[in-house]
Design a protein around this ligand. Structure first.
Ligand SMILES: [Zn+2]
Length: 178
């Protein structure tokens, strides 16, 4: 397994629409394993393939942060089939280290995609899991969390980003990083 390099805001790969995976090959399964390792290493609870510079429609999530491996979610070619309710909370992104803002998301989502065997699966998630699913699926469409927050917060984050650049240290475990 390998820890992969995170791609940061400013890299055009983050703003591209990623390509569907046509076949779940051993290479894809290896990539998913590395994505989990990278996500745990950086204290994230979710990671999408474009964030490690691969424009393929793959996401991984673990809302337990690695404490409970039964919480591991892998979805390939995910789509949102239903969403409702509303949650507001602080959100961060591994591609914007150290920067957080309130983002309003649906509180409940139903998503569909392929699992690691290439079988179609459907799952539902609420609260943090719903937030992470929506954040990562946005990444696959080249949409960043700054596009989902209030204009003032977006401007403030971009300003801070330009000032501080990339902070390489590990993130605070208590914050939601996806
Ligand atoms: Zn993100």
């Amino acid at each position: 397994m390998a820890i992969l390099d995170i791609v940061y805001y400013g890299n055009p790969k983050l703003e591209q629409v990623s390509e569907p995976v046509t076949e779940v090959t051993p290479e894809i399964r290896k990539l998913v394993k590395d994505m989990f390792e990278t996500m745990y290493y950086t204290n994230g609870v979710g990671l999408s393939a474009p964030q490690i510079g691969v424009n393929k429609r793959i996401l991984v999530i673990d809302t337990s942060g690695g404490n409970d491996r039964t919480k591991q979610v892998t979805l390939i070619n995910p789509v949102v089939v239903d969403q409702n309710g509303e949650q507001k909370g602080q959100e961060g992104c591994l591609s914007f280290p150290g920067l957080f803002a309130d983002v309003v998301r649906s509180n409940n989502v139903k998503v569909r995609g392929l699992d690691l065997e290439g079988k179609q699966v459907e799952m539902e998630g609420s609260e943090l899991l719903a937030r992470a699913l929506l954040h990562e699926i946005d990444h696959l469409d080249g949409i960043l969390f700054i596009q989902r927050m209030k204009k003032a917060d977006r401007e403030s984050i971009i300003k801070k980003w330009k000032k501080q650049g990339v902070k390489k240290e590990k993130e605070d475990k208590d914050k939601v990083l996806v």
